[in-house]
Every structure is written in structure tokens, then in C-alpha cells.
Write a protein that binds this ligand. Structure first.
Ligand code: NAD
Ligand code: TYD
Length: 351
């Protein structure tokens, strides 16, 4: 079996659902269930014995060690993290705690477990660490996309904490020989994404007739990857990646934020022909230290592991909008008091 951390979050729940749709290998899902974790995402697995959910913290060494001893996983996929840049600006402490210290403690427990395995199990074991393109910093308009050799230059508390975790993962390979793999992926979108991130926030706000808050001039560029493509890339790296190597994962879909928001409005207007969602677009104060452009060169994973994304942005965004339109109760359920507090804090003055 495999151990997935953070498997009740956006990418984690998609990964667990996808994994069990394609394989009968069991998944132990260790998740702290922070505001971003949601077991409803996995309700289709509630009676499925292949999914074992455990509530807990990757930083709780004794719980992690006990899980490893009990279930003897052949691999760990580390998705648990604090993941929202804006929250890291308002309060970095949780990011340091989970992304740096939590990953360190998870590595310690993993190393202690791995050291005692017999030789074949030791050789087959993998620790796959899921990271972000944000560790590479910001690109200007015409600079080439990030390769795996790009220097680390993280600019936000979020990206700095992810960069630290990447360095620790690398060090456990270099120093102790732990068979690690690291993936650095661009912005994901798709079902089950918490509506504080750009795409689900814009869809949810539009459906409620609320302003669509675009930071600054909206010309910041991100590369967008449909979440199930990210899941297939992680599986591919787990199967064929070389321990100690890092793999960039991207969608070959660079777009300015304003274009994303306009596309969402246009597609929603196809479903609601009498509505004018474009008029809700509102430019608001820019994010402090806002990275101008991310772009991923995903040639290494294509060349070495024969992986390419299956969705284009045109197909992925339609699927995503369709999911949010048909799952408005899911959105309503996660818009709790804590969510409203966050919206009031980050978008003060926007009614
Ligand atoms: P998310 O915020 O939706 O989910 C994170 C999950 O981790 C939640 O279920 C949460 O409860 C859990 N968690 C948080 N702290 C924990 C802890 N200490 N112990 C155990 N569980 C904990 O995040 P996501 O968007 O699904 O991202 C998953 C991973 O992928 C993160 O490592 C993130 O940095 C990385 N990533 C995300 C994106 C993206 O666009 N979303 C892009 C590249 C990389
Ligand atoms: P986000 O989804 O937070 O991901 P990240 O910051 O990790 O790339 O934001 C994506 C882009 O959208 C980023 O450039 C910030 C911008 N953005 C807005 O313009 N308005 C918003 O309300 C949010 C949440 C993001």
C-alpha cells in the first residue's frame, strides 16, 4: 500500500480518487483536516476498504512512526501543506510549522522506518514530495520558462517554506540515501479546489453575483494544469522517476489572470445567457510581493518519463466550471464562518 499525506485537500482528494479508480492498491490517507481538508471530497470511498483515513499531523512523529510500522507502505506521497500564498502573507507561522517542521519530522520518521526495511523493500521504497513552481521565484515577460536547474528564489512565505522543504528532502537523499523524488508543479485547477484560490473563487463569486477581485492590473501570468493531469504525472514519477531527481510538471498553458477571469465569465454566460458576469470584474489592490510570471518547462518529464498533460485549458476550464455549477452545495458547505472571516480579512472593503 501507499501512504498519502494531505489526501483530504484539493489535489490530495483528486489523487486518492484517481489512484483507487485505477488500482486496487490500498491508500492510507493521513490528513490533519485543517480548514482546507474536507472528507466530503472522499464520500464516494466511505465504504471502500481500500481507503484508510487517519486524522493526524505529518509533524506528529509518534503517530507517523506508528502508522509506518503498522501498514508498511512501499511509498509516501507528501501532499500535506499549507498552500495559500495570501494566507502566508497574513500569517506565515502555520506555513513554517507544517511545510518546514512537518516535512522534517515526516522525513525523520520515514528515514527511521526505511533504514530497517530489508534490502529489496529498501530499494523499492519511494518518498515523493509534491512541490511548486513558486520556489523558482518570478520571471520577466521574455525569460525562458523554469527548468529543473533554475535557481531557487522564493519570494513569499509560502514559497520560501516549500523551498525549505524541498531542500530537506534533497538532503535526506544526499546524506542518508533515502530514495526521494520531488515534483515542482504549476497552478492546478479542477474539482474540489477550496474557493479561496483564483479559479474557484471567481466561479463562486460570479454565481453569487459578487465582485470578481483581480489583484492589480491582472497581467500576472501563471501556468495552469488540470488537477487530474497532475495526478497522472505524480503516478508516472512514482513509477519511473529516478531517486534524487526532481521533475517539473506543467500544462503548457501560460495565461494572464485577467484572461482567466474573462474566460470564466464568458463560459458562465453560455449557461446563464441573461447574466453579465464581466461587469463584476473589479481591480483591487495588488498582493504584496506579487510574483509577475511563472512558466514551466516540462520537457524533462516528457522526455524521460513520456508524460504530457491530457487536457488543454479550453477543455479543463469547461470541466471545472461544469463541476462548480453542479456542486454549489459543496461550495456552500465550505463557506463556513472561518471562510467568511478570511474573505473579510483579505478583501476588506469589497462588497
Ligand atoms: P490544500 O490546501 O487544498 O490541501 C492541503 C491538505 O493538507 C489539506 O487537506 C490539509 O488538511 C492537509 N494538511 C495541512 N497541514 C497538515 C499537517 N500538518 N498534517 C497533515 N495534513 C495537513 O492544498 P493543495 O492545493 O491540494 O496542494 C497540495 C500540495 O501540492 C501542497 O504541498 C502544495 O504546496 C502543492 N502544490 C499545489 C499547487 C496548487 O495549485 N494547488 C500547485 C503546485 C504544488
Ligand atoms: P492563487 O490561486 O492564489 O495561486 P498562486 O498565488 O499560488 O499562483 O492565485 C493565482 C493568481 O491569481 C495569482 O497571480 C494571484 C491572482 N489572484 C487574484 O488576482 N485575485 C484573487 O482574489 C486571488 C485569490 C488570486
Amino acid at each position: 500500500m501507499i501512504l498519502v499525506t494531505g489526501g483530504a485537500g484539493f489535489i490530495g482528494s483528486n489523487f486518492v480518487l484517481d489512484w483507487l479508480a485505477q488500482s486496487d492498491e490500498k491508500v492510507i490517507n493521513l490528513d490533519k483536516l485543517t480548514y482546507a481538508g474536507n472528507l466530503h471530497n472522499l464520500s464516494s470511498l466511505s465504504q471502500d476498504p481500500r481507503h484508510i483515513f487517519v486524522q493526524g499531523d505529518i509533524g506528529d512523529s509518534s503517530q507517523v512512526s506508528q502508522l509506518l510500522a503498522q501498514y508498511q507502505p512501499r511509498a509516501i506521497i507528501n501532499l500535506a501543506a499549507e498552500s495559500h500564498v495570501d494566507r502566508s502573507i497574513h500569517g506565515p507561522a502555520d506555513f513554517i510549522q507544517t511545510n518546514i517542521l512537518g516535512t522534517f519530522r515526516l522525513l525523520e520518521a520515514t528515514h527511521a522506518y526505511w533504514r530497517e526495511l530489508d534490502l529489496p523493500a529498501k530499494q523499492d521504497f519511494r518518498f515523493l514530495h509534491v512541490s511548486t513552481d513558486e520556489v523558482y521565484g518570478s520571471l520577466s515577460k521574455n525569460e525562458p520558462a523554469f527548468t529543473e536547474e533554475h535557481r531557487y528564489e522564493p519570494n513569499s512565505p509560502y514559497s520560501a517554506s516549500k523551498a525549505s522543504s524541498d531542500h530537506l528532502v534533497r538532503a535526506y537523499h544526499h546524506t542518508y540515501g533515502l530514495p526521494v523524488l520531488t515534483t515542482n508543479c504549476s497552478n492546478n485547477y479542477g474539482p474540489f479546489q477550496f474557493p479561496e484560490k483564483l479559479i474557484p473563487l471567481m466561479i463562486a463569486n460570479a454565481l453569487e453575483g459578487k465582485p470578481l477581485p483581480v489583484y492589480g492590473d491582472g497581467q500576472q501570468v501563471r501556468d495552469w494544469l488540470y488537477v487530474t493531469d497532475h495526478c497522472s504525472a505524480i503516478r508516472r514519477v512514482l513509477e519511473g522517476g529516478i531517486p534524487g531527481e526532481t521533475y517539473n510538471i506543467g500544462g503548457w498553458n501560460e495565461k494572464p489572470n485577467i484572461e482567466i477571469v474573462q474566460t470564466i465569465c464568458t463560459l458562465l454566460e453560455e449557461s446563464y445567457p441573461t447574466a453579465d458576469f464581466h461587469k463584476l470584474i473589479t481591480h483591487v489592490e495588488d498582493r504584496p510581493g506579487h510574483d509577475r510570471r511563472y512558466a514551466i518547462n516540462a520537457m524533462k518529464i516528457e522526455r524521460e518519463l513520456n508524460w504530457r498533460p491530457g487536457e488543454t485549458f479550453a477543455t479543463g476550464i469547461r470541466k471545472t466550471i461544469h463541476w462548480y455549477v453542479n456542486n454549489q452545495q459543496w461550495v456552500a458547505d465550505v463557506q463556513t464562518g472561518a471562510y467568511q472571516e478570511w474573505i473579510n480579512k483579505n478583501y476588506a472593503g469589497l462588497s
